[in-house]
Design a protein around this ligand. Structure first.
Ligand code: BTN
Length: 246
């Protein structure tokens, strides 16, 4: 499933690099990783702190033929796959925060950023970006705006190497991408629910236009957050929304 893995010393963003190299009909299985990113991209226009030789910055390209609508839930399934990869490397129990932050005891260990091109109904190419904090220097972390952690801190005295983590990520992510169009999110839902950091928690959803309060009740078969509100159960799709505890 892996066609080519490119390891770069330095790049603006592995997602940007992957976007530059994707070509319709021949991109599935291309992977880009780098020792550092000068313009690492996070969700909601944020930067992703990406110091040299400390963490993992990985982007995979995959092509789908049934359009972007069939890919709802993919980023949540990627979260499960990343948690599985870490667990296979000996990490302690992890949690996921909708839509797809990877947490350990409430602190952010990794993030996922999907970028898509192509038409809503037909061929589309997806870049799956995964950033994993492995051994984040305190000096670099000054720019991180939320509680964070890294593999070195959570794995005690024998943390897995970046090589091992990268191999485990590829082992989990490539089969997921290969099978997602046929199976969708449904087969991943139960595993996602078991990792849900905010199950039955009072939250407020923040988007550019609005705030919405409710109780998080997991996700449905398409990956939409189930928010219990005074108006009933609402299905919320990802995008540029953030969720905060009340
Ligand atoms: C988030 O905001 O939680 C998502 C962060 C995603 C970061 C990764 S690092 C590899 C890839 N390249 C980027 O520029 N971003 C993603």
């Amino acid at each position: 499933l892996l066609r080519k893995l490119t390891v770069l010393d330095s790049v603006d963003s592995t997602n940007a690099e992957a976007m530059r190299h994707r070509a319709p009909g021949s991109s599935s299985g291309l992977a880009y990783t780098a020792e550092q990113q000068s313009a690492g991209r996070g969700r909601r226009g944020r930067q992703w702190v990406s110091p040299f030789a400390r963490n993992i910055y990985l982007s995979l390209v995959w092509e789908f033929s049934q359009g972007a609508a069939a890919l709802e839930g993919l980023s949540l399934a990627v979260g499960v796959a990343v948690a599985n990869a870490l667990q296979a490397c000996g990490a302690p129990p992890l949690q996921l925060k909708w839509p797809n932050d990877v947490l350990c005891n409430g602190a952010k260990l990794g993030g996922i950023l999907l970028e898509m091109t192509g038409d809503a109904a037909g061929n589309c190419q997806v870049v799956v970006g995964v950033g994993l904090n492995v051994s984040m220097p305190e000096s670099a972390a000054e720019n991180i705006e939320q509680a964070w952690t890294d593999v070195a801190r959570i794995c005690g005295n024998k943390p897995p190497s970046r090589n091992r983590l990268l191999a485990a990520l590829l082992d989990e992510l490539l089969p997921l991408l290969d099978g997602f169009e046929a199976g969708g999110f449904a087969p991943w839902r139960e595993a996602w629910m078991a990792l849900d950091a905010y199950a039955d928690t009072a939250v407020v959803l923040h988007s550019a236009e609005s705030r919405q309060a409710g109780i998080a009740r997991g996700v449905d078969e398409r990956g939409a957050l189930q928010l219990e509100t005074t108006l009933g159960l609402q299905s919320i799709f990802g995008g540029e929304i953030s969720m905060r505890p009340v």
